[in-house]
Design a protein around this ligand. Structure first.
Ligand code: LR7
Ligand code: MN
Length: 561
């Protein structure tokens, strides 16, 4: 920003030197910018391009736009189909990466981001006693600037004495020139960086295992290739692991928007959860929290999977990952289940903040049918770790019988060797909130409007969730649980009357009992029924048993027709 104010008295060719010493950088970063002709006259942007050199004397050519959490002007916001040239690389924004590469390319690799930690997190740590960590980043076809910003943020915001190596594993990216470009960029950045490449596409699990093999430090930390580590991110993770080597800890994950790379604080106190299809989702962890506890570790039944720290020995001792898991999916459940069931625990640390680019879709190819790959991964995990509850998972996903899970005997032996608790123990003690199909469930699945192919669906408006009808697809928003204690719920939330005869989904309370009678869902102790209006909206109206609008509950995965 200071460069911007100075530039009015400067001319083309001048070199601006400055030290960036923001309070969220662990050390000042020295920068030089040679001014070239402004490439743009947009007034809200600092549009110099030039060469920067940091203390490690690397040089990267870039242009700067809004050095802070930079929201590019609306013109750049969605260059979806726009092709553009950077050096010899031809990038194709959203199509290739599912994020706005143009925006990333325009933002400094060392930008400052808002310090999103809750109050009371800036205590100092005795770094001498903490274990050293290596950070492992695996990627398949990630944009250079995005990956480099991940690496820069680690170097910029980790105490040097705690950072052993940064191990970057290229999972056989197919974008031409990516490899040579990266080798060049990373080699100059720091001698802590180790770049390796798989000889064929392995998927993120085997790529991570390869990275872990190369580490020699006490602790290893996995990050996705599109992250930004925030101020003081490392110390709270290591300090928690130092206190208890059988923990797996994750930073609190902030959001980097895929549309414009804006860094946004995530809502407070979320933890991981899942449904019977083993689909991960964030759930509120606020229940029972005392005021002032914002910075306390959050115990979580599962981790989202991409960002976590673990003692290297502990990772090995619990059997790291099932190497048969392909491309994407399942490994977070494997690690989570066995950590809890075999004597460890999982925590999210609110004082450690790392941003992650959440992508609406996965841009890369899967070797086979994507759904099949993920189901096979989940099936392996379920059949090894979920005991009798694996059947519930199979029913919920409608597991194709012909799907071959491969040999799971090595993983079963591992579980025997580790002498772990049962999955029933896990459900009762660690995740009692998971809808239990087995015990209380009367009906589970889609709630279909009689005579049509429309199903109850949880829809969201800007302010809350409401219930409507949409074509049946059986996805998680259309899956409900009707229990013997008369709850009509989805995940941990219940359907209850809202305003204007509408229905909403919110915290379960006892005044929302439903009676399922002759194909109608009636609010207990009333004469009001779930009624479809124009086969689109759902309202709570006086029951009229002659109408064709009754809403019928279909059983587990009963197909809509
Ligand atoms: O074949 C592949 N090879 C790879 O190296 C496929 C992917 N990858 C890399 C990829 O470039 C990225 O760096 O693996 C990393 C994760 O892949 P993403 O970013 O496409 O996955 P995701 O963020 O959508 O998915 C989440 O779930 C995955 C399940 O397998 C992994 O555990 C991801 O790490 C995980 N990400 C997070 O937990 C970040 C928070 C998101 C949430 C919720
Ligand atoms: Mn990711």
């Amino acid at each position: 920003h200071s460069a911007e104010s100075n530039s009015s008295s400067s001319q083309e060719g001048d070199v601006l030197k400055f030290a960036l010493n923001a309070n969220n950088l662990s050390r000042p970063v020295l920068r030089e910018i040679r001014l070239s002709a402004a490439s743009s006259t947009r007034s809200n942007q600092l549009s110099v391009s030039g060469t920067s050199s940091s203390q490690q004397s690397h040089s990267i050519t870039y242009s700067l736009v809004n050095l802070t959490s930079g929201e590019p002007s609306s013109r750049e916001r969605r260059p979806d189909k726009k092709k553009y040239q950077q050096g010899s690389l031809l990038f194709d924004g959203f199509e290739l990466y599912s994020y706005n590469v143009t925006a990333s390319d325009m933002i400094s690799l060392d930008r400052s981001i808002p310090d999103t930690r809750p109050e009371g997190c800036s205590q100092s740590y005795d770094t001498k006693q903490l274990p050293k960590a290596s950070v492992i980043i695996c990627f398949h076809n990630e944009a250079v600037s995005v990956l480099l910003r991940t690496v820069h943020s680690i170097l910029d915001r980790s105490p040097a004495e705690l950072l052993d190596k940064i191990i970057v594993v290229d999972d056989n990216s197919t974008i031409e020139d990516l490899q040579s470009h990266l080798v060049e960029e990373l080699a100059h950045l720091s001698n802590k960086i180790l770049l390796t490449r798989t000889s064929k596409r392995e998927g993120l699990v085997r790529a991570r295992l390869l990275g872990a093999e190369l580490a020699t430090s006490d602790v290893i930390i996995f990050l996705d290739a599109h992250c930004e580590c925030n101020v003081g991110w490392l110390e709270p993770l290591l300090s928690r692991l130092y206190e208890n080597p059988q923990k797996v800890v994750t930073p609190y994950i902030d959001t980097i928007k895929a549309e414009n790379f804006q860094y946004k604080k995530s809502p407070e106190r979320l933890r991981g959860g899942f449904n019977w299809r083993l689909e991960f989702g964030w759930r509120s962890a606020n229940v029972g929290a005392k005021p002032g506890s914002e910075k306390d570790a959050i115990i979580t039944p599962v981790i989202s999977g991409g960002l976590f720290a673990i003692w290297r020995d502990y990772f090995k001792s619990i059997g790291s990952y099932d190497p048969e898991l392909d491309i994407w999916g399942g490994e977070n459940f494997e690690l989570s289940f066995k950590t809890w069931m075999c004597g460890g625990s999982l925590e999210i640390i609110p004082c450690s903040r790392v941003g992650h680019v959440f992508r609406a879709s996965l841009p890369y190819s899967f070797s086979k049918d994507r759904e099949e790959v993920v189901l096979r991964n989940l099936g392996r995990v379920a059949s090894v770790w979920m005991d009798e509850y694996a059947d519930t998972f199979y029913a919920a996903v409608n597991m194709p019988e012909k799907l071959d899970l491969g040999d799971i005997s090595p993983r079963i032996q591992l579980r025997k060797k580790l002498k772990c608790h049962s999955f029933d123990w896990y459900l009762k003690n660690i995740f009692p909130q998971l809808d239990s199909i087995n015990q209380e469930t009367l009906h589970y699945g889609m709630v279909r409007n009689q005579g049509s192919l429309m199903c109850l669906d949880v829809l969201s408006s800007t302010s809350d969730f409401y219930i409507g009808l949409s074509p049946c697809h059986g996805g998680k928003n259309q899956t409900f649980n009707l229990t013997s204690n008369k709850r009509l719920s989805q995940a941990e939330a219940c359907i209850k009357p809202g305003i204007n005869k509408q229905l909403t989904l919110s915290v379960c309370k006892n005044n929302m009992s439903w009676v399922y009678q002759n194909g109608f869902l009636r609010l207990d102790q009333t004469e009001l029924c779930l009624t479809s209006v124009d086969n689109e909206a759902v309202q709570l109206l006086p029951c009229d048993f002659s109408l064709e609008t009754n809403i019928v509950v279909s059983k587990v995965n009963q197909s809509p027709d």
